[in-house]
Design a protein around this ligand. Structure first.
Ligand code: FO1
Length: 309
């Protein structure tokens, strides 16, 4: 395990796919946020794990970034007919994965073991590790009180104003024991939402210590480009938290963990300010549209890690 890549959902998974083409499976392991997980319709839903899995398997829905491509929605239509909730869209193909996971968890496997079985069946060789196998649930604080993450993100479409976050269960969560911090060459923080996708990973007791103990470069790719998030509510959350929605602010947010930061060319003028935080800087095209964009950025990140003292 030479590289660990921390990621959340859609945005981070783009770079993760690029990394999977650049670093072999025995040298690159993914650690995924599970704070978005929730119980729904009797299933254990694990959105960021599934988004990464489908992305690495080349099966993800290119339009939404989550769920599978060539999807159909008969299950949802039939469920609606039974007056069941359909705000969280489960496609017919995606449903098979949820049924499988429910069976394997009921048989006593951990989320890590179940995720490994699914990845193998989908032809993925890179390891996908949930950040923990213990229950952690992200809640966002809104004017109407704490809101479970999927209710905020999907049911309420990120409309409520956010004033803070809590990761319920985090104090008792154990770092996934499969993660080995000892022989690493570098750690990559993919461009996911710092507050609800990356912070839960860092908040697990022992995770920051493990990262520091590894004593290797920790490089984050900015999820903010030119003051806007490429995907999702990151910039909106920053405004609501009364912090500038800038790449510099993201670097400051990660400051006590990361040693390097990748800015988009649109934010080149922030180079000096980010270096002022004591971070090494690399400026790259970070907006990933094509697979080649993903691979090029992944190459640049791995090279950047090699240059950081
Ligand atoms: N996101 C949505 O905006 N709407 C959905 O209906 C939805 C369904 C869904 C089903 C399975 C899955 O793995 C992810 C799904 N997501 C949906 C995405 C998910 O809510 C987000 O990707 C993460 O929770 C945030 O990164």
């Amino acid at each position: 395990m030479k590289y660990l890549a921390f990621t959340g959902g859609v945005g981070g998974a783009k770079l993760a796919l690029g990394l999977s083409h650049v670093v072999s499976a025995d040298e690159l392991t993914f650690v995924v946020n599970t704070g978005d997980d929730f119980k729904h319709l009797g299933f254990h839903i694990s959105p960021d794990v599934d988004t990464l899995t489908y992305t690495l398997a080349g099966r993800s829905n290119q339009d939404t970034g989550w769920g599978t491509k060539n999807e159909s929605w008969h299950f949802m239509e039939a469920l609606e007919g039974l007056d069941e909730p359909t705000w969280f869209r489960l496609g017919d193909r995606d449903l098979a994965l949820h049924v499988y996971r429910r069976e394997r968890l009921a048989a006593g496997l951990t989320l890590t073991e179940t995720t490994g079985e699914i990845a193998a069946k989908l032809g993925i060789s890179h390891r996908i590790l949930p950040m923990t196998d213990d229950p952690v649930q992200t809640y966002v604080h809104t004017p109407k009180g704490p809101l479970a993450f999927q209710h905020y993100f999907v049911r309420d479409r990120c409309k409520p104003s956010v004033s803070g976050f809590e990761f319920r269960g985090i104090a008792d969560a154990r770092v996934n024991p499969v993660i080995n911090f000892d022989e690493l060459h570098g750690i990559i923080v993919c461009p996911s939402n710092p507050f609800v996708s990356v912070d839960p990973i860092f908040a697990i007791p022992g995770m920051k210590e493990g990262i520091r103990r590894s004593n290797v470069p920790v490089v984050a790719v900015s999820p903010i480009v030119g003051g806007a998030a490429i995907k999702g509510p990151t910039a909106k959350m920053m405004k609501e938290l009364n912090v500038p929605s800038t790449a510099l602010e993201v670097a400051r947010h990660y400051d006590n963990i990361i040693t390097g930061f990748v800015l988009d060319e649109a934010d080149r003028e922030a180079t000096k300010s980010v270096q002022g935080l004591g971070l090494s800087i690399d400026v790259q095209p970070t907006v990933m549209v094509t697979l080649d964009d993903r691979i090029a950025l992944a190459h640049a990140v791995v090279e950047f890690i090699g240059k950081i003292p």
